[in-house]
Design a binder for this molecule. Structure first.
Ligand SMILES: NC(=O)c1ccc[n+]([C@@H]2O[C@H](COP(=O)([O-])OP(=O)(O)OC[C@H]3O[C@@H](n4cnc5c(N)ncnc54)[C@H](OP(=O)(O)O)[C@@H]3O)[C@@H](O)[C@H]2O)c1
Length: 345
């Protein structure tokens, strides 16, 4: 006997959720109920599945519903999140609509599963770039107290969704064939092929982008540190899957490279982290590494260095699969956490 599972949204994140549920033997009672904007069959996690048009009746009897739709007033969790909760399900939401709302737990299981009390059964999973950064730096914070974070991201096209992955691949082919490169300004406002775009999501009045402010605000909420200084620059790069981040930390107390590596290599202190840091042998993590089977759900950390330009400074580089640990895996781990705590039973 398992749980009745629903998945709303069947783009790359919905696909990975089903894949991760199967890989981790999540106790499911039959196949999930797949929902999207219209009914059809679709290949998900290498299986032909029936996708239903989302409607109230399809939430009946479900125990847990993973949301992987789009955001906004016409988006999946704004329209259907409450419906799912009222039907009796737990909602685990990849979208950004409720992440910063009062009373909505924003959860990375390695960091703050305790934020889930059962009071609100709509749980939010953070932004992909926030998840991998916080998994990597939280152990450092526990050991030496982080005062300030300066982060620059190098984010894959898949972070935008399926249409962006497809557009990038078409641009590569157009470029290779010597054709004019086409782009849809509704996705990125310039071609992404052979370029890096320092704009992810829309610009705000402050000249930051929404993506940058997600990293700032979500990090403080998850770590329970409202006064933490965080500043971010988010950049889209011509990579299909996998985000990288260059992270500069100012700490309360000194921490050497060796001490930081010892903490990050300790699975108990640093769950979900794998260190690849051996400069003499040219070993450091890249986006291609997070696609390897052994690393696909890990946050890879390397290039750990002391920064002597500030008091107690530390630099590091981290990499993760934005569709898996940055989205699907994190949500499935949240559901597993609910089972462990007897909240989903
Ligand atoms: N991609 C990432 O790296 C990443 C990381 C973290 C979080 N997220 C978040 O995860 C979500 C899914 O991302 P994605 O990359 O898979 O997006 P995507 O490729 O755009 O796919 C979105 C899916 O949601 C469905 N959908 C959209 N609006 C809906 C609605 N109102 N009701 C029901 N279904 C709806 C779409 O249905 P149709 O197929 O019928 O059009 C589609 O199947 C987004 O909220 C995104 O911000 C993504």
């Amino acid at each position: 006997m398992g749980f009745r599972v629903g998945i709303v949204g069947v783009g790359p994140v919905g696909d990975r959720i089903y894949r991760v549920l199967k890989e981790r033997d999540f106790p499911m009672d039959g196949k999930p109920v797949f929902m999207a904007t219209r009914e059809r069959t679709e290949k998900l996690a290498d299986e032909e599945v029936l996708v239903r048009e989302v409607s109230e009746e399809h939430f009946e009897g479900l125990d847990v519903v993973f949301f992987a739709g789009r955001e906004g007033a016409k988006g999946a969790s704004v329209q259907w999140g409450q419906v799912a909760v009222e039907a009796g399900a737990w909602v685990i939401d990849n979208g950004s609509d409720f992440r910063m709302s009062e009373g909505y737990p924003l959860v990375i299981p390695e960091v703050n599963m305790d934020a889930v009390t059962g009071e609100n059964r709509h749980i939010c999973s953070p932004n992909c770039s926030t998840i991998q950064m916080v998994v990597a730096i939280n152990p450092i914070h526990r050991a030496a107290g982080i005062r300030r974070i300066v982060v620059s991201t190098y984010q894959a096209t898949s972070g935008w969704g399926l249409a962006a992955m497809e557009e990038f691949e078409q641009q590569v082919q157009q470029y290779a064939a010597g054709e004019q490169v086409q782009f849809d300004p509704g996705i990125f406002d310039k071609p992404i092929v052979f370029d890096c775009l320092p704009r992810i999501d829309s610009f705000l009045d402050t000249y930051y982008t929404k993506e940058e402010m997600k990293m700032v605000d979500e990090t403080k909420k998850i770590m329970g540190e409202p006064n933490l200084a965080v500043t971010a620059t988010a950049v889209r790069v011509p990579v299909v899957i996998g985000h990288s981040e260059a992270i500069n930390l100012e700490l309360e107390r000194p921490l050497s490279r060796d001490e930081a590596l010892e903490i990050l290599r300790d699975r108990e202190k640093s769950p979900g982290v794998t260190v690849i840091d051996d400069p003499q042998n040219l070993k450091y993590p890249t986006q291609a590494d997070c696609l390897k089977d052994e690393y696909k759900d890990e946050v890879l950390v390397g290039r750990v260095r002391e920064d002597h330009t500030v008091e107690h400074g530390l630099n590091l580089w981290c990499v993760a699969d934005n569709l898996r640990k940055g989205a699907a895996t994190n949500t499935v781990q949240i559901a597993e956490g609910l089972i462990e705590r007897g909240l989903l039973s």
